[in-house]
Design a protein. Structure first.
Length: 127
């Protein structure tokens, strides 16, 4: 299993990457066409909706599972819980992933505005 131990973990590099992506778009460093941006935004929003709909249902993973009273079950229960909810846990990573999708959406929206701006500027030169 990959464990993100970079700066600001969990999802440090991914979160930073999405923040840098949004900043680059805000600085006008790249542009995305309307059709390309719409497709990307659709995918981002579909994933956001999935996370939003399922995070509550998946919260059950943060509880110690009822595995029984055997020695093995008593050892495994807390371990299973921590795999879901500790600093590198699935739920923690899923929440950080959702936050990175917001940054991705911001970046794509800005890149689409950049494209429109460049397109309008080039069109005005043709008149």
């Amino acid at each position: 299993m990959y464990i993100d131990e970079g700066a600001g973990a969990p999802l440090g590099p991914i979160g930073k990457s999405m923040a840098d992506f949004a900043s680059s778009a805000a600085a006008g460093q790249f542009a995305v066409s309307q059709s390309g941006g719409d497709a990307l935004l659709s995918a981002i929003r579909t994933m956001m909706t999935w996370v939003d709909k399922n995070i509550g249902r998946l919260d059950i993973l943060s509880q110690v599972p009822q595995l029984g009273s055997s020695n093995g079950a008593q050892v495994m229960g807390p371990y299973v819980q921590s795999v879901a909810s500790d600093g590198e846990g699935f739920l923690t990573q899923l929440t950080a992933f959702r936050e990175s999708l917001v940054k991705a959406e911001e970046g794509i929206t800005q890149a689409m505005a950049n494209y429109q701006q460049v397109d309008n500027l080039n069109a005005s030169k043709l008149v």
